[in-house]
Design a protein around this ligand. Structure first.
Ligand code: FES
Length: 126
């Protein structure tokens, strides 16, 4: 089980919910009354983009290094999602390459494609 914290989606939608490891973020949002805009639900349109913070990552005080705690898991992102995010300028091509190379998720994800692996904080992408 993992914690998913939604913040900034509107009145009454700031909440912490418990999800199963492997749940799709959009389904968790919808089943808990958090409204995330959608169109295709297939990773193509980008309308469900959200900012995501992996709470298993500890940032160092100088901001230069990151350390993953023992519960943090690698996260595989499909090419389709990365291409959509790059196409809408939500992430850079370099960020997409790093995500692929190191199996780490980017700071912006598509909720319809995001398989939850770790405790996360989710905010609107604006
Ligand atoms: S709803 Fe279109 S990319 Fe998620």
């Amino acid at each position: 089980m993992v914690n998913v914290i939604f913040c900034g989606f509107g009145d009454g939608m700031d909440k912490r919910v418990i999800a199963r490891n492997g749940d799709i973020l959009l389904r968790v949002a919808e089943s808990n009354g958090v409204k995330i805009p959608t169109e295709c639900k297939d990773g193509m349109c980008g309308s469900c983009a959200v900012r995501l913070e992996d709470l298993s990552v500890t940032k160092q005080m100088d901001g230069t290094a990151e350390e993953y705690d023992v519960h943090g898991q690698s996260v595989y992102m499909e090419d389709k999602e990365l291409d959509t995010l790059v196409g809408m300028a939500a992430i850079t091509k370099k960020e997409a390459e790093v995500a692929q190379q190191f199996n780490r998720q980017t700071a912006v994800r598509l909720a319809c494609q995001c398989v939850i692996k770790n405790d996360i904080l989710v905010k609107p992408f604006e």
